[in-house]
Design a protein around this ligand. Sequence first.
Ligand SMILES: Cc1ncc(COP(=O)(O)O)c(C=O)c1O
Length: 545
Amino acid sequence: MSNSIPISDVQRTILCQTEAFEVVSILWSKQVPPLVCNLHNHGWSQCHVLIQEGTFENNLLAGVKAELRIFEVGQVISTPVGAAHQMRCLSESGRTLHVYTPKIAEHKEEDRKFNSLIDQSLKTSIQLGEAVRFDELTKLLSAIEKNSISTHSPYFMNQLFSGVHPQALVAEELIAKSKTTLATHEASPVFSRIENEIVEQLGALIGWNPGSRDGVSVPGGSAANFMAIQLAKQKTFPETKAEGLAGKVFKIFVSKEAHYSFQKAAVSMGFGTQAIVPVGTDETGKMDVTLLEKAILDAKKLGQIPLMVCATAGTTVYGSFDPIGEIHKICHYHSIWLHVDGAWGGPVLFSKTARRLIDKIETADSMTFDAHKLIGASLTCSFILTKHQGLLLEANDVSGADYLFHNSQSEESDRGKLSWQCGRRADSLSFWSIWKNLGTLGLGNLVDRLLSVRDESIAWIQRQERLDILKESSFLNLCVRVAPPSGASDKQWSIRVREELKRQNLAMVNYSSNETGAFLRLIIVHPQVTAEHIRNILKYALEVS
Ligand SMILES: Cc1ncc(COP(=O)(O)O)c(C=O)c1O
């Protein structure tokens, strides 16, 4: 895994090398003449250099243009495909971290692994017991990597995440090295500030007033949805924190396309799954507000308590967005907490064109935001956000933790008090690194580029006789039914196609079913995916016989 090569007096250490990326650390000294890095020479196409120590001069030579810039600790030099750059260390010594990634055409066919059968020798190696030497361990780690699914490939469209962002890789190294907890400010002064900054900036993008924005990072969108219910309960029935439900029958209204995490949360909170009321949707997959109002009135007639309505911003299967403004009117009238599950679609906040999909988001009481899906941060990196400052603390603070929390009067309070977790990883750093490097505008461009891949793909799919798009998506979910070559009707054909794509290591896409049969679901989320990848997958799909 790790080898050091002295080249022209700089010490170059490969920290991690996979078929998808390479991470190299370089130690510099002032005496060394400028090092020329020509991207074509080392076989990769994109290069991100993070300055970890020292001051550097970077001369970017792109065609006839040359750009001379000084870089300091913490800055990242991202070098475009085909450019060469000369680096010179200006300080006595320096340290840089280089993350190399291939360009899209170099994601080689043989790199793809979507059909992993763990052989007996690996099964045996996984068993714990006797100690192995460190070099043996690194060999085992390589074997584990080789047998893992290629989620870094643009042909991995199975989940709501795909691909690895170099900024996230660099951040992960720091998270592992710093190994601290975000429970207390004293143990993580900078990471706590970073988490707070993200909460503030997301709150500002939502349109919540300064001084009202609050939130905390949580391990996944499911956890955020759980905490939204907890917030709604704390706001309306604060006595339940000490007394429990005391016979109250709470109801939570979600679209029938909402994520299953609401049911799991209802189980964990002691409400039972029957507390979740699935509301019907229209032909585009959006919650039908007439049905919502009827369901609320029906619950009230039975003496039940409508606690929360959740509008999904980007449903898991179809990518539909529930109408937040209309749902808010109903919530406002009946005094019900409005939560928006933006685990998948939340990042449209960054896009000038797609933000309309979450029009009136500022009326929500809380929002789930996952950065590990569309933004590409490391798994997991999620947030529960609310416009009721102080409520997370009220809902989660308990006694018995004075051994840990000593400085609650300090300017920066201990963020662990806002959460039901004790130890908390610095997950936010991964999102922060991507946001810092791309900027707010860059994140919007990322979303918009993927949406243009969607448009181009839909136009092509519509021209194919045996492909049929379901609920023409307003988002990055392509739901496509494949008709069998024989022309015969086969409701399960898309499942067969999916399994074949996986078996041949061609692509990994998911499937779902409705009353008319199964269909493929392709998720457009890989940072380098193009319409050509989607055409390739669907061409393979049409060849299955
Ligand atoms: C709409 C929606 N909400 C919540 C979740 C749960 O998020 P996580 O996987 O981060 O727990 C998902 C996951 O796919 C989702 O699609």
